[in-house]
Write a protein that binds this ligand. Structure first.
Ligand SMILES: *Cc1c(COP(=O)(O)O)cnc(C)c1O
Length: 384
């Protein structure tokens, strides 16, 4: 098969399975509203859970940061790209989350790839929740370590896998809140089992940070677990972009030597680090708490209303409220029907989720009003 034939055939296969992905350019994609094609839709598809992407203080901080530092960092953090704005934000994160150190990365995807690639060696074993994010599973399967996956949130299967003989070290990988199901990991059980096995625990809390727990400290803090490596990302609850790894002094020093995404890549713009400090200040403030409370009310209201509809909810108490519809075409149909009624939601299909579990992934945010959620329920009732 030529390159061209290979590409044509892969696209034809996706098309035939109603799984061809297309992007849509929007005029605004985060916040209460999504604007596209001159239309305004209620936005139930962004991960901007607290509505901070549109927060005046965060926007002003980014502008002030750009005026002070310019728009780019100018290089890798190992050369000249690491500014005092990066350093301040890392210190604030470490203090907030109770870790000795924080290291900023350009994205959660990069952080996960970098950490796993830097740590995992031949003879090691990575034991990961089967539903872990693509960035984690891909890094683990590309690494020289053995990858074993345990059934979703099944701590006893994790325990069995960890008990098998291994030549090197073991790294347990899971998430605080799962992206496609919205449910939470039993972190206390997983933490105890991991410690008893002498393994290390890596938790990716992309969807929990800023949004759950006291002061928005996330899933680990909420479940009183201190993982060896905590990954937090800033494109969701923080409303910005970027990520950080929270860890010990020596692990941070080790990653600065061996995490290639840090060494051979331009550091995030300093202005972004200034904006992230502003987002963190909002998250930790009374206003942040009020936003989390608003979100919690929307979630409870949505779940109570959706229980009466002919749709399958997941065991999620988070802002991610997927409706599992099974079939790709039905998921697309429902997304289309919602769109006609002014509500924007995304159909998520295999291979992002398991075959036969296509879903409408709805996300609720603090930027919505109670009426917005009521409208969503009304439209879902008509579409399901
Ligand atoms: C979104 C997400 C990532 C990727 O983070 P980015 O900063 O968007 O690259 C990683 N892990 C999980 C669990 C996520 O949901």
């Amino acid at each position: 098969m030529s390159w061209q034939q290979r590409i044509d055939s892969a696209l034809a296969q996706r098309q035939a399975a109603s799984a061809l992905r297309r992007r849509q350019a929007v005029a605004q994609g985060a916040g209460r509203w999504l604007m596209a094609e001159g239309q305004r839709y209620l936005n139930f598809s962004s991960n901007d859970y607290l509505g901070l992407s549109q927060h005046p203080q965060v926007i002003a901080a980014w502008q002030q940061g750009a005026a002070q530092f310019g728009v780019g960092s100018g290089g890798s953090g190992h050369v000249s790209g690491y500014s005092c704005a990066h350093q301040q934000f890392e210190d604030q994160l470490a203090q907030w989350l109770g870790f000795p150190r924080a290291l900023l990365f350009i994205s959660g995807f990069a952080a996960n790839q970098a950490v796993i690639a830097a740590l995992a060696m031949k003879d090691d074993r990575i034991v990961a929740d089967r539903l872990s994010h693509a960035s984690l599973l891909e890094a683990a399967s590309l690494s020289p370590a053995q990858l074993r996956r345990f059934a979703h949130n099944d701590a006893s299967e994790l325990q069995r896998l960890l008990a098998k003989p291994v030549g090197g070290q073991q790294l347990v990988v899971t998430e605080g809140i799962f992206s496609m199901d919205g449910d939470s990991a039993p972190l206390a059980d997983i933490g105890r089992i991991t410690r008893d096995a002498g393994a290390w625990l890596m938790v990716d809390d992309a969807h929990g940070i800023g949004v759950s727990g006291d002061e928005g400290r996330g899933s680990c803090h909420q479940q009183q677990v201190q993982p060896d490596l905590l990954i937090v990302t800033f494109g969701k609850g923080f409303g910005v972009s970027g990520a950080a790894v929270l860890c010990s002094e020596t692990v941070a020093d080790y990653l600065l030597q061996f995490a290639r995404h840090l060494i051979y890549s331009t550091a995030m713009p300093p202005a972004q680090a200034v904006a992230l400090q502003a987002a963190l200040a909002v998250i930790r403030s009374d206003e942040g708490r009020a936003r989390r409370e608003t979100l919690a009310r929307h979630i409870a209201f949505f779940r109570a209303g959706a229980a009466a509809l002919d749709v399958a909810l997941t065991a999620s108490s988070s802002a991610i409220q997927p409706l599992i519809v099974g079939d790709n075409a039905r998921a697309l149909h429902m997304a289309g029907a919602l769109r006609e009624q002014g509500c924007w939601a995304t159909a998520i299909r295999p291979p992002t989720v398991a075959q036969g579990t296509a879903r409408l992934r709805l996300t609720l945010t603090a930027a919505h009003t109670t009426d917005d959620i009521a409208r969503l329920l009304e439209v879902l009732d008509a579409a399901s």
